[in-house]
Ligand binder design. Structure first.
Ligand SMILES: Nc1ncnc2c1ncn2[C@@H]1O[C@H](COP(=O)(O)OP(=O)(O)OP(=O)(O)O)[C@@H](O)[C@H]1O
Ligand SMILES: [Mg+2]
Length: 261
């Protein structure tokens, strides 16, 4: 058995005072990729944002490669609805530390700077990985994975298609030299043809031994890329599905909603 890469222990979080997910226990080992599947608005992105240090965990631990990333203990509860707690509450996790450790989150909706060119974005991206070797190599790999980006090299982001933006977002994530790459709905809004193209590239990333966490609404896409899958429902993991027992779309619907269709 390989060592755990990411361990979530009793993790809870949300947007104070609204709790979004609770009691998440999850272990991802080196060299495996897992999928998260669940209905819209049930908290998948909120969980990923917490792991990435974008928002603070309320309770529980995030342990990455043996290091706890969050401050120990529980977030103090809000006691007055007249105070803006964001103004004085100390952060309980540092996004910069998370990135330096190599836990890289590619956000849902590929948020990029619209006025920069592809070249400029890919030039800035490796700064997250400064001091580590392998960036030149990764630039070459990104070129091979996404040849379309070379064709759009001097184009501003705002002129790129949805698929090209998604490729660029993943390229930015790769240039941070991930030890774990987290992809939040990479195929959102893409045509079936582009989804296949992106799926092939993501498959190559996985095969190059970058473990992945992928959230996607397309079950076929997801199951083709991961070793294990979790069903996520109402802020909790409700089921773990092994890679050799990947169910059909109808079977998953029945597991989640109690009936097929
Ligand atoms: N910045 C925010 N502030 C307050 N509430 C938010 C914020 N972002 C999301 N929420 C709420 O948190 C809940 C979970 O949203 P989240 O985006 O995590 O769901 P999701 O499972 O990723 O959905 P989707 O499949 O649509 O991406 C929703 O009720 C949403 O309205
Ligand atoms: Mg989401």
């Amino acid at each position: 058995m390989t060592a755990p890469l990411l361990e979530l222990r009793g993790l809870s979080g949300g947007y104070p005072p609204v709790s979004v997910f609770r009691g998440i226990d999850l272990t991802i080992y080196e060299n495996e990729s897992v999928g998260l599947f669940g209905p819209n608005g049930h908290g998948k992105t909120t969980l990923l944002k917490t792991i990435a240090g974008v928002i603070d965990p309320w309770e529980g631990d995030i342990v990455f490669a043996g290091n706890r990333l969050n401050a120990a203990g529980r977030m103090a509860a809000r006691t007055s609805r007249h105070l803006n707690y964001d103004l004085f509450r100390k952060r309980r996790i540092k996004a910069a530390t998370v990135v330096e450790q190599g836990l890289i989150y590619v956000m849902q909706g590929n948020l990029l700077f619209p006025e920069l060119t592809v070249e400029e974005v890919l030039d800035i991206a490796p700064r997250a990985a400064r001091g580590r070797s392998g960036i030149k190599d990764m630039h070459r790999r990104v070129d091979m994975l996404f040849p379309r980006l070379r064709e759009r090299w001097h184009s501003k982001i705002r002129y790129l298609s949805g698929g090209e933006r998604q490729m660029l977002s993943i390229a930015v994530g790769l240039l941070a030299l991930p030890r774990l790459l987290v992809l939040d709905e990479p195929t959102l809004g893409l045509s079936p043809k582009l989804r296949i193209e992106l799926g092939e590239a993501i498959g190559k990333i996985r095969d190059s031994e970058v473990p992945l966490i992928i959230v996607d609404q397309n079950l076929e896409f997801l199951t083709s890329l991961v070793d294990r899958m979790y069903l996520f429902d109402h802020g909790s993991i409700t089921r773990e599905i092994a890679g050799d027992a990947m169910p059909s779309h109808d079977e998953v619907m029945a597991m989640m909603f109690g009936k097929a269709g």
